[in-house]
Design a binder for this molecule. Structure first.
Ligand SMILES: Nc1ncnc2c1ncn2[C@@H]1O[C@H](COP(=O)(O)OP(=O)(O)O)[C@@H](O)[C@H]1O
Ligand SMILES: [Mg+2]
Length: 227
C-alpha cells in the first residue's frame, strides 16, 4: 500500500470572525498517486478544503499534513505551495497580456531555472497537452485561444514545476461535454504517467465518476458516501 500524501483530521475553518463556518471538522486521507474527486452542493466547503490543502490559507483548528509538511506549523506556506502543488481553476486565470509561453513559465520564475531551461520545459509540457503547432501558439496571447485550449495551457502551467499534487477546482465547469472529456483525459494521462496525486472538485457526476474514489462534502464535513 502506498502512503498517505494528504492527511487531515478535525480540520475547521471559518470566515468573517467565525460567522461563516466553512469547514466543521474535516477528516480526509488521500494516498500518494490517488485520483480523488470531491463533490457536494454549492457552498458546502469544497473550494475551502482545496485551498487548505494547497496552503492558500491556514486552517483554524485540527491537523493537516500534505507531502510530509505540517501545514499548521510550517512558516513557509508559499514555498510549500510553489514546490509541491499545481492548481487548475474553473476559469483558467491566464494573464491576458503575456504570451502562452510566458504564462506557462510563471511558476518557474521563482526557481533557479535559466531562460533556456524554462523555455524547454514549457515547450515540453505544452506538447504533452496536445498542442501541435507549438511554434505559432507559444507567442500568442491566451485571449486568442478557445476555452479548451486555454484550460490546456492552464494545466501546463500547473504541471511545469513537476508538482506532487494537482488540485483542480471545477476544471471543466466552463467547458462543453466534448472538451470536458478531452481535459479529463489529459489530467488522467498525467496522473498515470507521472504518478501525480490528483484532487478534483466537480459538480458533474459523470466527471466525478472517473476518479478512483469520490468523497462528498456536506455542510463543511467530508463523507465517503453520498447521503
Ligand atoms: N473568503 C471567504 N470569506 C467569507 N466567506 C467565505 C470565504 N470563502 C468561502 N466562504 C464561505 O464558506 C462557505 C463554503 O464556501 P466554498 O468553500 O467556496 O464552497 P463550495 O466550493 O463548496 O461552493 C460558503 O458559505 C462561502 O460563502
Ligand atoms: Mg467552489
Amino acid at each position: 500500500m502506498s502512503k498517505n500524501i494528504i492527511e487531515i483530521h478535525g480540520m475547521k475553518k471559518s470566515f468573517d470572525k467565525g460567522r461563516v463556518q466553512a469547514l466543521r471538522g474535516v477528516d480526509l486521507e488521500i494516498k500518494e498517486g490517488e485520483f480523488v474527486s470531491i463533490m457536494g452542493p454549492s457552498g458546502s466547503g469544497k473550494s475551502t478544503l482545496l485551498n487548505m490543502i494547497g496552503a492558500f490559507d491556514r486552517a483554524d483548528e485540527g491537523t493537516i499534513e500534505v507531502a510530509g509538511i505540517d501545514l499548521m506549523k510550517t512558516k513557509r506556506l508559499d514555498k510549500f505551495r510553489s514546490q509541491q502543488i499545481g492548481f487548475v481553476f474553473q476559469l483558467h486565470n491566464l494573464i491576458p497580456n503575456l504570451s502562452v509561453l510566458e504564462n506557462v513559465e510563471i511558476p518557474m520564475l521563482r526557481t533557479k531555472a535559466t531562460t533556456k531551461e524554462m523555455d524547454e520545459r514549457a515547450m515540453e509540457i505544452l506538447e504533452l497537452m496536445n498542442f501541435s503547432n507549438l511554434s505559432d501558439l507559444v507567442k500568442q496571447n491566451p485571449t486568442r485561444l478557445s476555452g479548451g485550449e486555454r484550460q490546456r495551457v492552464a494545466i501546463a502551467r500547473a504541471l511545469v514545476n513537476h508538482p506532487k499534487i494537482i488540485l483542480a477546482d471545477e476544471p471543466t465547469g466552463a467547458l462543453d461535454s466534448k472538451t470536458t472529456q478531452m481535459i479529463l483525459d489529459l489530467l488522467k494521462d498525467i496522473h498515470e504517467k507521472e504518478n501525480v496525486t490528483l484532487v478534483m472538485v466537480t459538480h458533474e457526476p459523470d466527471v466525478g465518476a472517473q476518479a478512483d474514489r469520490t468523497v462528498y462534502v456536506l455542510d463543511g464535513k467530508v463523507k465517503e458516501k453520498e447521503t
